[in-house]
Design a protein around this ligand. Structure first.
Ligand SMILES: Cc1cc2nc3c(=O)[nH]c(=O)nc-3n(C[C@H](O)[C@H](O)[C@H](O)COP(=O)(O)OP(=O)(O)OC[C@H]3O[C@@H](n4cnc5c(N)ncnc54)[C@H](O)[C@@H]3O)c2cc1C
Length: 451
């Protein structure tokens, strides 16, 4: 074989060997297709790899893995490219990028109960296909997020078809136990659908001067309305305006569980109360909140539910985000989400291991920020780092601490796996050694929250 003759550790040799074995269509060498190189959502991740592997089936993936193993070269894996953490789903000239966009097959079982698709599939296509069966799937809050990272970083285990059907250890792949990018490259996701396609939604924006009233409404909803598991609220707090999206996962008319939000005044209705489909909501969200090319970051922290805590942290964030915006133009937001105790208990029962995920209703916070200049990276990120640190220290002081980090919203320097418990982490390491004896995914992979 050609690659037996080439030097171990030579990225150029690996690219040539791959080209020889799989052809130019599947191996893009210099000049690289810049549209593909630049596809990462965040400019913090855009790097020029030595070459790109573009598999179209699982055999290609397997052949590419053999090549990087043989040559001992670094690689990165990209599905939708929406992680903003540098080095996740991108790599510089010393390595190879696996771009999974070509693994975009999509089918739905005849009875509509299982959707199967590759990591290159797009959410709007998936929702259109399941809609035809009056079904839907759980998906992220915006449709441009990729399938691969979303699933491996924390998708609801309850809906993962393969786990129950085939492989008990499959659950280690999933984010709630810290699987992430640690065990291989997933080429197909088989997902139980949700047997409903219709929903009610209502989207309003408010001036940021109403932030504290809205936080009060959020807490009242979390205490009294969130036990209705059909109800969910997305709160995106910006420096100029606040988005409140109410969703109910069946046809409805002003569901009572959202009462605290109906009492808010001064809002501007963006989407009036509507009964429609997930697909139509996602299409609108994709259009309304399409982001511009920029550097991005997100950062997460969990806490107990408490209005005073929310307001204290909000005031700190608002003051700092405003002054950093004046200096750098950075646009910061603060996303507030409810995590129900029921979900946590379900996950713990299924996991059978002592995960330190919350066993009470709690709050998940994500700070997000978009900015332009690399020189501002540190000052811009300091706002979210300071905000999440304050949330943590106040939560500890006030007995509201929730020691859990959601992998999908964790920033580069956070350690979500450690928050899932040492027993769980040891189990992950054991599974990794069993299935990846050479530790290819630990040693050669450039990215991810690795073990
Ligand atoms: C605007 C926005 C909205 C979001 N909304 C949500 C939300 O509602 N819910 C939520 O849970 N998360 C949400 N996220 C977070 C999102 O799930 C993560 O950023 C996720 O990593 C993105 O997936 P991706 O495939 O686009 O990422 P990529 O950047 O392509 O990949 C991220 C990581 O996953 C690994 N990976 C990807 N595909 C595979 C694969 N097939 N096999 C092995 N490893 C793989 C990569 O190696 C990489 O480390 C959001 C992010 C953004 C930017």
């Amino acid at each position: 074989m050609l690659f037996d003759l080439l030097t171990c550790g030579s990225v150029d040799g690996a690219c040539k060997a791959a080209q020889e074995a799989l052809g130019n269509f599947k191996v893009n060498t210099s000049p690289l297709n810049q549209t593909v190189v630049d596809k990462n959502w965040s400019e913090t991740c855009i790097l020029e790899p030595h070459c790109m592997f573009k598999p179209t089936n699982s055999k290609d993936v397997s052949a590419f893995i053999q090549i990087v193993t043989q040559f001992q070269v670094k690689f990165a894996v990209r599905s939708g490219g929406h992680s903003p953490n540098p080095g996740w789903s991108s790599i510089d000239g010393r390595g190879i990028l696996f771009d999974l966009a070509g693994l975009n097959h999509l089918t739905v079982s005849e009875d509509g109960s299982v959707a199967s698709f590759g990591p290159g599939a797009r959410w709007l296509d998936i929702l259109a296909a399941t809609s035809a069966h009056n079904a839907s799937v759980i998906c992220p809050r915006t449709p441009e997020v990729g399938v691969g990272g979303f699933f491996l970083g924390g998708y609801s285990r309850e809906r993962f078809h393969c786990e129950r059907q085939r492989e008990p250890e499959f659950r280690s792949l999933l984010g709630f136990e810290g699987g992430g990018a640690n065990f291989g490259i997933v080429t197909r996701f088989d997902v139980d659908t949700i047997p409903t396609n219709e929903m009610w939604y209502y989207l309003t924006t408010y001036p940021s001067s109403q932030a504290e009233d809205i936080l009060d409404a959020m807490v009242r909803w979390q205490r009294h309305g969130a036990h209705d598991l059909r109800a969910s609220v997305q709160l995106v707090i910006g420096l100029d305006s606040i988005v409140v999206l109410l969703c109910y996962s069946e046809v409805a008319s002003h569901p009572a569980s959202f009462e605290p939000f109906y009492e808010l005044r001064g809002g501007q209705v963006v989407l009036p109360p509507t009964n429609s489909t997930w697909h139509s909501l996602m299409t609108m969200i994709g259009t309304m909140f399409a982001s511009q090319p920029a550097r991005h970051d997100y950062r997460g922290v969990a806490s107990g539910i408490d209005a005073q805590l929310y307001k204290d942290v909000y005031r700190f964030w608002e003051r700092n985000a405003r002054s950093v915006r004046a200096a750098t133009g950075a646009n910061q937001t603060f996303v507030v989400q409810h995590v129900s105790r029921n979900m946590a208990i379900q996950l713990q029962k299924r996991g059978g291991s002592p995960l330190s995920i919350p066993v009470r209703d709690c709050q998940w916070w994500t700070t997000t920020v978009d900015w332009k200049n690399a020189g501002d990276d540190a000052v811009v990120r300091a706002v979210s780092i300071g905000t999440t640190a304050l949330m943590k220290s106040l939560s500890l002081e006030r007995n509201l601490d929730v020691p859990f980090l959601y992998m999908n919203d964790a920033s580069r320097d956070q350690d979500p796996i450690a928050t899932y418990g040492s027993k769980n982490e040891n189990k992950l390491k054991e599974v990794s050694l069993r299935y990846d004896g050479e530790q290819v995914f630990q040693k050669l992979q450039n990215n991810g929250f690795l073990l």
